[in-house]
Write a protein that binds this ligand. Structure first.
Ligand code: ADP
Ligand code: MG
Length: 200
């Protein structure tokens, strides 16, 4: 059986990852593909531990380790789905840890933060067939997530700006596809489909 396809969506809060993941799933299913839509943190107990850590304001190193532990188990499940020939769409993956915890750890670890997170995730994360980085002006992203009512501690404009800078650095280094989400949703979806088409 043909190996599946691993698609990752990354980007700061409010760039449209969850909305676009669902649209991609519908599109690929319409094309007869079996699709698993998954996300990090996961809904498993390690994912719940991550959410609890976020609420309790733990040391960002502890948080980084929890995110990575959740990912390690998740990656095994992803591997099984791919072996079954499915398309796996993952809403956030290791880039989220490098971008977000990279920004949170910078005051504590300086320039060592990102290399540490990369080294930690190297043996844990699996290489995606295609990673899409959605970008958005952080003030616009904040307005979009503001409609949700409750904001997480990560959803602050200046912080998201640093996170997005980290993401752009990763995109350059790892050859990700960068898609501007500051335009009409239908247009973003079309651009993402085009980027994915070659791999599915
Ligand atoms: N390109 C876009 N234009 C306008 N609104 C958008 C766009 N992309 C997403 N949104 C809206 O922004 C909000 C956040 O989108 P969501 O998919 O939850 O983002 P994320 O998962 O990246 O945090 C949702 O209400 C969504 O409908
Ligand atoms: Mg989301």
């Amino acid at each position: 059986m043909k190996e599946g396809t691993f698609i990752v969506l990354e980007g700061i809060d409010g760039t449209g990852k969850s909305t676009i993941s669902k649209k991609l799933k519908e599109w690929l299913e319409g094309d007869g593909r079996e699709v698993v839509l998954t996300a990090e943190p996961t809904k498993e107990w390690l994912g719940n531990a991550v959410r609890r850590a976020n609420e309790e304001d733990l040391d960002p190193r502890t948080e980084s380790l929890l995110f990575t532990a959740d990912r390690c188990q998740h990656t095994k499940r992803i591997g099984t789905w791919l072996d079954e020939g499915k398309v796996v769409i993952c809403d956030r993956y290791f880039g989220s840890t490098v971008a977000y915890q990279g920004a949170a750890l910078a005051p504590l670890m300086g320039d060592n933060a990102i290399p540490w997170l990369m080294a930690l995730n190297g043996p844990v994360a699996r290489r995606a067939d295609v990673t899409i980085l959605l970008t958005c002006e952080p003030s616009m992203a904040m307005r979009r997530v503001g409609d949700r009512g409750h904001l997480s501690k990560f959803e602050k404009e200046e912080y998201l700006r640093k996170v997005q800078d980290n993401y752009l650095m990763l995109a350059k280094e790892l050859n990700w596809t960068v898609v501007d989400s500051d335009v009409q949703l239908a247009q973003v979806v079309e651009t993402v489909k085009q980027a994915v088409r070659a791999y599915v």
